[in-house]
Design a protein around this ligand. Structure first.
Ligand SMILES: [Zn+2]
Length: 223
């Protein structure tokens, strides 16, 4: 699990209210509270190594792939986890059986402006076991860890913790959310999407941050 990516996220979110981020003791404390154990434990539940206790019963999530029972169990489990951190949660349903899990932490000064921390939780293949520990249990686990830590703080902006469904079928979950946000004229100031953050193809122990020349994407990591 790459801590670097995760540190970047924490630094960015807190920097939105603290200007001198690198040396601020609050930022340091937040970074130090990132727990590898916690990240691994999240994965144990998301990949069927350990059973989850959810309203529909105790079960193992063997597959989070499209329309599998584990996909629906994951929706329940993720909502439960975000609620545990005092967040307002909702399930944004779309298409047949798709469900984005959304948790909201209201900002104090600019509640109508949102920072989205997100990852897709669905996996592949569509039949048989599909633990998807890397793609994208790792990103999902990091969103939960961000919620665990940041929900203890008051932030200027609202933070949306979003876990997309049906990414593997064609980015369906995030596309649906984007369409709704556009219709609602949402003000989204930043999006940090984590995908396969446990994957280190060349074993150089470096995390990659990808930006694109749209909106403030390129400027974002420099702020
Ligand atoms: Zn992915």
């Amino acid at each position: 699990m790459k801590k670097i990516t995760f540190y970047f996220i924490l630094i960015f979110v807190v920097r939105s209210q603290i200007i001198i981020a690198q040396i601020d003791p609050t930022v340091t404390a937040i970074i130090n509270s990132v727990s590898i154990d916690s990240l691994y434990e999240n994965l144990n539940y998301l990949t069927g190594e350990k059973s989850v206790v959810i309203p529909s019963g105790t079960q193992f999530i063997f597959s989070r792939a499209y329309s599998n029972p584990g996909n629906f169990a994951a929706e329940e489990y993720l909502q439960l986890r975000l609620r545990r951190y005092g967040l307002e949660t909702s399930l944004q349903t779309f298409d047949a059986g798709g469900g984005n899990v959304i948790g909201i932490q209201r900002g104090i000064k600019r509640p109508n402006q949102k920072i989205i921390i997100c990852a897709h939780f669905d996996s592949r293949p569509y039949t048989g076991s599909a633990p998807g520990a890397d793609d994208n249990g790792s990103g999902t686990s990091a969103v939960l860890e961000a919620a665990r830590i940041l929900s203890k703080f008051q932030t200027d902006y609202s933070i949306v913790y979003a876990l997309w469904d049906n990414e593997e079928t064609g980015l369906n979950g995030s596309s649906f959310y984007a369409q709704q946000a556009f219709s609602n004229k949402d003000s989204i100031v930043a999006v940090i999407n984590m995908d396969m953050i446990a994957w280190d193809s060349d074993s150089d122990n470096l995390a990659e941050i990808h930006t694109r020349d749209v909106q403030n994407s390129i400027r974002l990591p420099e702020r």
